[in-house]
Every structure is written in structure tokens, then in C-alpha cells.
Design a protein around this ligand. Structure first.
Ligand code: CA2
Length: 141
């Protein structure tokens, strides 16, 4: 069982900028916690990109490489028709996750373009959203 975690733009800044919004945990810390939780249960690959096209390509290439994709598409969640189309086209199930509760934030964050083509959405639990995303992924396959 292989699970691919995709992380979108600016998530490389986690723990380094705006800790009042996004906390002090870095993406590397989150990756470590996910790997620990997945030990003996799944192989984990973690990727981060600021590039919309690179995320689209990762979703396309997931077929045959991963059993489930867990994605925090960050800002592209609310804007990317291209990412939605890639998720819609793939046979690999995709779980949407967010650190923050996007429904409790600014109105422009309430709509996720990718939500209708994902298996489900987890948001609002901080770094634990990634652990819950892992458990959701494990429950699918
Ligand atoms: O809550 C989430 O996980 C988000 O996907 C985070 C995105 C935001 O655009 C989504 O609406 C919700 C922002 C990621 C940027 O992370 C930063 C971390 C530190 C400093 C600046 C940005």
C-alpha cells in the first residue's frame, strides 16, 4: 500500500511564517509524524510544490505509483480548475485535507473546487488533519 501526500503552494513556509495562523509545526515535522503513524501499514511519499502544473502532473502520474493520494492543495484548492480536472480524470482515490477549517475562514476559502471530485474532505485539525488523512486513505483500500 502506497500513499502519496501532495502539498501545494506556500506549505514549505509552515512553522517559519505566520505562526499565529498556521502554528509552529513545519512540513518536515508533519511528514515525520505521518511516517511514524504509517509504520508497517503503508509506504509514504511526501511532495510539496508551489507549481500548479507540477501538482497536476503528480496527480496524473499517481496511477500505478500510489494507491491513494492525500492532497493539501493550499491556495489552489479555491482556484484550480486544472487540478480538479486531473483529480476527476484519475482512477486513484484522492482525499482532500486542510490544516485550518476553510469553512470558518474568509468567504473565498469556503469553496473548494476539488471537493466534489475527492473521496472526502478533512479540515480544521491542524497537523492532525494529515494523520486523519492517512487513516482515511488506509480505510479506502
Ligand atoms: O488550511 C490549509 O491547510 C490551507 O490549505 C492552507 C492554505 C490556504 O490557502 C487554504 O485556504 C487552507 C495556505 C497555505 C500557506 O501556508 C503558509 C504557511 C506559513 C506562512 C504562510 C503560508
Amino acid at each position: 500500500m502506497k500513499i502519496l501526500f501532495l502539498n501545494g503552494p506556500n506549505l514549505n513556509l509552515l512553522g517559519q511564517r505566520q505562526p499565529e495562523i498556521y502554528g509552529t509545526t513545519t512540513l518536515a515535522d508533519i511528514e515525520d509524524a505521518v511516517r511514524e503513524q504509517a509504520e508497517g501499514r503503508a509506504d509514504i511519499e511526501f511532495r510539496q510544490s508551489n507549481d500548479e502544473g507540477a501538482l497536476v502532473t503528480s496527480v496524473q502520474d499517481a496511477v500505478g505509483q500510489a494507491d491513494v493520494v492525500v492532497i493539501n492543495a493550499a491556495g489552489y484548492t479555491h482556484t484550480s480548475v486544472a487540478l480538479r480536472d486531473a483529480i476527476s480524470a484519475t482512477e486513484v482515490p484522492v482525499v482532500e485535507i486542510h490544516l485550518s477549517n476553510i469553512h470558518a475562514r474568509e468567504e473565498f476559502r469556503h469553496n473548494s473546487l476539488i471537493a466534489p471530485v475527492c473521496q472526502g474532505q478533512i479540515c480544521g485539525f491542524g497537523p492532525t488533519s494529515y494523520i486523519l488523512g492517512l487513516e482515511a486513505a488506509l480505510s479506502i483500500k
